[in-house]
Ligand binder design. Sequence first.
Ligand SMILES: C[S@@+](CC[C@H](N)C(=O)[O-])C[C@H]1O[C@@H](n2cnc3c(N)ncnc32)[C@H](O)[C@@H]1O
Length: 251
Amino acid sequence: MDKKICFIGVGPGDPELLTLKALKKIKSADVIIWTDSLIPEKILDFSKEGTEKIKTSSLTLEQITLVMIKKFHAGKTVVRLHDGDPCLFGAIKEQIEILKKEKIEIEVIPGVSAFQIAAAYHEAELTVPDITQTIILTRAGGRTCMPEKESLKDLAKHNSSLCLYLSARHVKKSQETLLQFYPPETKVIVGFRVSWDDGWTSLIELKDMEKFSIDKKLIRTTIYIISPAISNSQNRSNLYNPSYRHLFRNK
Ligand SMILES: C[S@@+](CC[C@H](N)C(=O)[O-])C[C@H]1O[C@@H](n2cnc3c(N)ncnc32)[C@H](O)[C@@H]1O
């Protein structure tokens, strides 16, 4: 039995994007509690025979943590699977707080987040010198309110690379806001269930973001990356510039 409950970021969906550490934990689990609405079932194929698999999409926080506590105290190795990286919109804090009150130790294993796989599919660097050196990971306000200082308008003012999670339902308002700060031709990577068997990505322009999303009926599991850094080949980094000296190349 593992003496901790492990929260595992399983990445965006493709099992080959699991870390070795995550894979090892999944293989050894007696009980897997998993976010079935956001994780493809084939991630569970790595589990051993007889592993109990509990879906969380219809459970409350109290029900989820109660089952974790009971199984753990029954001597089972319990793992909790989250999509992408657990630190991003994972709602792990509230689970961990309850488990810690029960004196249960926790381990968190990071995973590849949705924005990373979407950028990778388009060979995109989101931090290009003189264009932007910043990536904002955020969401459009919906039923979960945004803190006042983090309105999309305030974030868009930076003109950085901006990744929108959980925002397909709010694409109309998001596009309107973003167009106040980004040129209409700014490139947007849109990804639906990226790296799932039925997933895809597309490169569009900001001015088409709403129409595209409606045409594709996007509501869930969609990532948007709005970035002035995409499709710009003019700028190069200092790191590989012959005129730039650093620790590993000082001549
Ligand atoms: C509850 S959040 C969790 C994010 C996750 N922790 C991560 O790091 O990617 C769920 C949102 O993440 C994004 N997402 C997660 N997996 C995705 C995928 N495979 N393709 C596109 N978007 C994804 C979508 O915006 C989805 O609505």
